[in-house]
Design a protein around this ligand. Structure first.
Ligand SMILES: Nc1nc2c(c(=O)[nH]1)N[C@H]1C(S)=C(S)[C@@H](COP(=O)(O)O)O[C@H]1N2
Ligand SMILES: [Mo]
Length: 384
């Protein structure tokens, strides 16, 4: 009986592979065919006006690996980019805890090692004309955060965990009060205790690069980039919700929502990632064209692609490399594109059946800030 089931399973997966082969001549998004070339998109992003804040954006046309190499990984720094000496660095764990701690990098590395492959996207990505490469996928390694908080002994009054960075800058509030503050983001205690969160010190097998948070950062799989505080210096447990620029002023989404026919304007702090996909590039060999892309932000079930105003066509997901919190690569053959200009749009569908919203969907059209721009991405291309 177990043998039979196994055979059926194998036959089943062969059948699935055969159906997949019908959709696309190849189920691998990357291996380039001999003589294959990439056709550049017509819609180029304008120069980045904030090169100190946004560095090293992903160039979609050059996407050729599931894991983004460290030297091609984007980085965001709202203040300075601190260069930290690991020999004097310590991470403080304090606030509403019984036993405050100060951990060296060696202390952290001596603890249980946990790895996660997680695609990190800035919540501003594709929300601004000059910003579409604020995304990358890496294998992160560190130690789970929860046991450290347990060891420190969170007091009953502790409800919020603040992750303080070593970077600092001048802040001017709307009421014109000016002050100096370190970067910080917070989570509820329950969110922080998620066993998936790690105090991360390694990225793709190398020490965290300086721009990505050396010596240690939070990696919170499933959250937008901003929650993943870099250059950590202190983890503080507090007895009140925490509000600062990165919780309550920037990184705040404003939407018009409908409540029983009444419009309610809602502001909410950016938190967990949202379902999204984008076409990466169109490749050509002879008269064979192929559209390749990525999908992420929620458990992706499938991806569909629309060319011009045509029907939604099913793309083939590349299953060679996959992880729960990593983007999925997909591809679709484009048999006979006519000469001229075309548009290519993709949409991801998650395992609960949610569809990545169109730009005209009220969820996106009635969003008045550029954060959490998970609407469908359309690219323009010239064929022939
Ligand atoms: N200390 C600190 N952490 C930070 C930031 C920052 O400016 N300072 N930027 C955040 C934002 S907005 C994003 S999108 C991610 C980007 O991570 P990366 O720079 O490793 O790509 O880092 C987050 N962590
Ligand atoms: Mo971000």
């Amino acid at each position: 009986m177990p043998h039979l089931q196994r055979r059926e399973l194998i036959q089943g997966s062969l059948a699935v592979a055969a159906i997949a082969a019908l959709h696309s001549s190849r189920s691998y998004a990357f291996p380039t065919r001999p003589g294959e070339k990439t056709i550049e998109w017509l819609d180029k992003i304008p120069p980045n006006p904030v090169p100190e804040v946004i560095k090293n954006q992903l160039v979609w046309e050059e996407l050729d690996s599931w894991v983004t190499p460290n030297d091609k990984f984007f980085s965001i720094a709202h203040f300075n980019r601190p260069v930290i000496d690991e020999s004097t660095w310590k991470l403080e764990i304090d606030g509403m805890v019984k036993k405050p701690m100060a951990l060296t990098l060696a202390d952290i590395k001596a603890r249980l090692r946990q790895e996660t492959t997680f695609t990190i996207e800035c919540s501003g990505n594709t929300g601004l004309p000059f910003f579409n490469g604020g995304i990358g996928n890496a294998r992160w390694a560190g130690t789970p955060l929860a046991p450290i908080l347990k060891e420190a002994g969170v007091l009953d009054s502790g409800i919020e965990v603040v992750f303080w960075g070593a970077d600092e800058g001048e802040i001017t509030r709307a009421d014109n009060v000016k002050f100096k503050q370190n970067f910080a983001r917070s989570m509820s205690l329950a969110e922080a205790m998620d066993p998936k969160n790690i105090l991360c010190y390694e990225m793709n097998g190398a020490p965290l690069p300086p721009d990505n948070g050396f010596p240690a950062r939070l990696i919170a799989p499933g959250w937008y980039g901003v929650a993943n505080a870099k250059w950590l210096k202190r983890i503080e447990v507090r007895d009140q919700r925490f509000e600062n620029r990165f919780m309550g002023r920037d990184y705040v989404t404003l939407r018009e929502e409908d409540h029983k026919g009444e419009t309610v304007w809602v502001e909410s702090s950016v938190g967990r990632a949202r379902l999204k996909s984008a076409p990466a590039r169109v490749t050509q060999v002879g008269n064979k064209y192929c559209i390749v892309g990525a999908a992420w932000g929620a458990p992706v079930d499938r991806v569909e692609v629309k060319i011009d105003d045509g029907p939604w066509l099913p793309a083939t997901i590349d299953h060679t490399e996959e992880a729960e919190f990593a983007w999925k690569m997909w591809s679709l053959d484009w048999p006979k594109p006519s000469a001229g200009e075309h548009t290519v749009t993709s949409r991801a569908i998650d395992k609960s059946g949610n569809i990545q919203p169109a730009m005209s969907d009220p969820w996106i059209a009635k969003k008045h800030t550029y954060w959490e721009s998970n609407g469908q991405v359309t690219r323009r291309i010239q064929i022939g």
